[in-house]
Design a protein around this ligand. Structure first.
Ligand SMILES: Cc1cc2nc3c(=O)[nH]c(=O)nc-3n(C[C@H](O)[C@H](O)[C@H](O)COP(=O)(O)OP(=O)(O)OC[C@H]3O[C@@H](n4cnc5c(N)ncnc54)[C@H](O)[C@@H]3O)c2cc1C
Length: 292
């Protein structure tokens, strides 16, 4: 709570007093039916959204501006040159500029990018549809929640009254074997009323984690840019970075240079060893939180 109070004080100084409110332990039941929290910080400025719909909307907006989007055509190689050539299995494109923004999913430009980004598997699940009464009881104001631990749980309700819950990130670089089984205890700890609730959907994806949590951007060659590493918080950040990269490509470099100048730790080991080191670090933080 002391940390949260500090955040709140800082927000007040930035003129966000109307949008944030500290909640005491006694006020938590007005917002969530959970025994877990010692208090909270309610933020009315932030929002939660359907990320796939955001993606679909952005695809439509880009296409209306003339963008061509090719799915199922993984880039296998980028050849440097005055005009870089991007190769896929069946074709190639010669470009003025290339932006490499493939998160932790690719092995391109290893000479510049290896050891900078580590893949963590993030998992989400969604329960079966809950009755309107149950949904209202556990989360009456439909707030999106994340807790303040280093390895955090986060959740919200969907439009059709499911609880969508994520947490317990797997930093080994591999997907979890049984995600629902991993998340269920956390769901039941958070909302005892949901003990035994069926989980209907689960999914995972990779997040590129950066040791100091600052997004990485730069150039791998004069006309090939990269931008990556939102450490699991990319929904908002990737849009800010997108704007910075679009300016950089047309030569407006002020913000690009600021980020490109940040010092990043490069772990000089292969990816497997890097992931083991990161998993060990995360276990350390988990233990520290346990004993706090
Ligand atoms: C389960 C889960 C829950 C999450 N929850 C949140 C959340 O609540 N809030 C939040 O802010 N963030 C969240 N994130 C993180 C967020 O999704 C990422 O930080 C963000 O999507 C990263 O953006 P990106 O553009 O770097 O990469 P991505 O969105 O991963 O996009 C990279 C793209 O590059 C493509 N690609 C990769 N390699 C190649 C190749 N060789 N050729 C062609 N294309 C390639 C991929 O197919 C993909 O489409 C979550 C992630 C997961 C997996």
């Amino acid at each position: 709570m002391a940390e949260m109070e500090k955040t709140y004080e800082e927000a007040l100084l930035r003129g966000m007093g109307d949008e944030l409110r500290l909640l005491s332990k006694q006020e938590i039941p007005d917002y969530l039916e959970t025994p877990l929290y010692h208090g909270g910080l309610l933020n009315k400025r932030n929002m939660h959204l359907h990320s796939v719909n955001l993606c679909i909307g952005e695809v439509r907006a880009a296409e209306m501006q003339g963008a061509l989007i090719f799915v199922h055509s993984a880039v296998v190689e980028i050849c440097d040159g005055d005009l870089p050539v991007v190769r896929t299995e069946h074709g190639s494109i010669t470009a003025y500029s290339v932006l490499l923004a493939g998160n932790a999913y690719h092995k391109l430009a290893r000479n510049k990018l290896s050891g900078m980004l580590f893949p963590a598997s993030l998992g989400n699940c969604a329960t079966v549809k809950l009755s309107a009464d149950v949904a209202k009881a556990i989360n009456p104001h439909d707030v999106a929640v994340y807790d303040s631990r280093f390895v955090l749980d986060y959740y919200r309700m969907t439009a059709d009254n499911r609880l969508m819950f994520g947490g317990g990130t797997n930093y080994s670089g591999r997907d979890s074997k049984d995600l629902s089984a991993e998340l269920r205890p956390a769901i039941e700890r958070t909302f005892p009323r949901l003990k035994g609730v069926d989980i209907e959907f689960e999914w995972t994806g990779m997040a590129g984690i950066v040791v100091n949590r600052i997004p990485q951007l730069g150039k791998v060659s004069p006309n090939v840019f990269y931008c990556q590493g939102y450490s699991g918080h990319g929904l908002a950040t990737s849009h800010i970075m997108g704007e910075i990269m679009s300016k950089a490509i047309i030569g407006q470099l002020t913000e690009f240079d600021l980020f490109a100048g940040m010092k990043h730790i490069r772990i000089p080991m292969n990816e497997w060893l890097g992931n083991q080191a990161m998993a060990l670090g995360m276990t350390y933080y988990r233990m520290m939180e346990h004993f706090r």
